[in-house]
Design a protein around this ligand. Structure first.
Ligand SMILES: [Zn+2]
Length: 403
């Protein structure tokens, strides 16, 4: 009995040894044969990209209106509607149930509530987190900001600067170029990058010249942007209007301004070359302005242009299974603007037909906004969350490549 027991234990130990040691012996042999290269390859496959897309001020009714106008009442969904996970987020700021774009963007970019007007910066001196763009940069990733407002406007600003007030657009331009070193910046705002009159923070200067000194290609037209991309530039400053860019519904044929999908495509062409991946923020800035204006033609034009930019991104992602697996794509408005609603007519509409619509205000509203997402960690966003939760999901997507 005692002997049997001993044999039993011996057999068990032998089995354990076989299970535990045989694979590790193999691993040990492989280690000598295929050292760095295979590990390196393994790491590279884990490199994550984050593409964060913001249709500023877009409520769910805006989506319905744009879809009906483009595809008819029972028509196909818009591109961003096809993303895997759908959830929604609370939008309130640290000091109001009605957020502005500065506080709403700061909640995403830096992971906590801020007061309206603050750009990832606490006026009371409280410390703040680095932005998700700065964290991506620290990981060696390329970073980019694309918008149809001035590129120094509140939503892009929260990712690339820390400033007491959104009005400090010269200071935001200075920080982009001198401090943060955002690799790709495409949008409006020539006057913010080359100013003689100090802004609210007391900043003015020629940051275009400084950017050029630092190795940026500086362009002012779509043709200039395209040739910079073709020439293989890795740092691009594209400023296409003195202030915000021309709205879709007012664009003239022959204009030299690129459209949002074209800027998005240029940014991807540059940033996909970074071996450590990238963080890209794309904003359809003027859905918000259209709603402030209570202008349906303006609103639908901006929503559909934003959706075309999403199509550019989805086509890029779907071009390879690896990109699809490793790219976190989030589409989320920062808040709703105008209290927009569709009120009629009382019949079905075909594509291109106009609808009766109205707004309850000319300002932002306090409702939650929809989050569409796909890619690493995005399942956490397929539910009811706070806008500050998006920071954690993005940080985790970046950190995962180390585990
Ligand atoms: Zn906004």
């Amino acid at each position: 009995m005692k002997l049997n027991k001993l044999i039993g234990i011996g057999t068990l130990l032998a089995l354990l040894a076989a299970v535990l040691f045989v694979p590790s012996i193999n691993a040990g042999m492989n280690k000598n044969e295929l050292p760095e290269s295979e590990n390196h390859e393994g790491n590279r496959q884990e490199i994550k990209n984050i593409i964060f897309m913001v249709p500023d001020g877009m409520g769910l009714a805006d989506v319905t209106a744009a879809r009906i106008y483009k595809n008819g009442t029972g028509g196909a969904p818009l591109n961003f509607e096809t993303l895997e996970n759908i959830g929604y987020q609370r939008t309130y700021s640290a000091n109001s149930i009605i957020t502005d774009s500065a506080a709403a963007g700061s909640a995403w970019a830096c992971g906590e509530k801020f007061n309206n007007g603050e750009i990832c910066y606490h006026l009371d001196g409280k410390p703040y987190n680095p932005s998700i763009l700065e964290l991506a940069k620290a990981e060696g990733k390329a970073t980019g900001l694309v918008a149809t407002s001035t590129i120094t406007h509140a939503t892009p600003a929260v990712f690339g600067s820390h400033v007491k007030s959104r009005s400090c657009e010269n200071e935001i331009a200075r920080q982009y170029v001198e401090v943060t070193g955002v690799d790709v910046m495409l949008g409006g705002g020539i006057e913010k990058f080359n100013s003689t009159k100090p802004d609210k923070c007391g900043t003015s200067g020629d940051f275009v010249a400084e950017a050029a000194q630092k190795g940026y290609s500086v362009v002012y037209t779509k043709a200039g942007m395209d040739s910079a991309v073709a020439d293989g530039t890795v740092k691009l400053l594209g400023l296409f209007n003195n202030s915000g860019m021309t709205p879709e519904y007012l664009r003239m044929t022959g204009t030299k301004e690129p459209r949002l999908p074209e800027m998005t495509s240029a940014a991807l062409d540059i940033m996909e070359k970074d071996r450590y991946g990238f963080f890209l923020m794309v904003e359809g800035s003027q859905v918000d302005w259209a709603n402030h204006d209570n202008n349906l033609k303006y609103q639908i034009g901006e929503t559909l242009a934003f959706d075309e930019a999403v199509k550019v991104v989805l086509d890029w992602i779907n071009a390879s299974p690896e990109r699809k697996e490793h790219t976190l794509l989030i589409v989320v408005p920062d808040h709703e603007t105008g209290g927009f609603a569709i009120n009629g007519p009382d019949r079905l509409l075909k594509a291109g037909e106009s609808m009766d619509a109205g707004w309850t205000s000319k300002e932002h509203t306090g409702e939650d906004t929809v989050i569409w997402s796909q890619g690493p960690g995005s399942r956490a966003l397929g539910r009811s969350v706070d806008n500050t939760d998006l920071y954690g999901v993005m940080v985790k997507a970046i950190e995962q490549q180390h585990t």
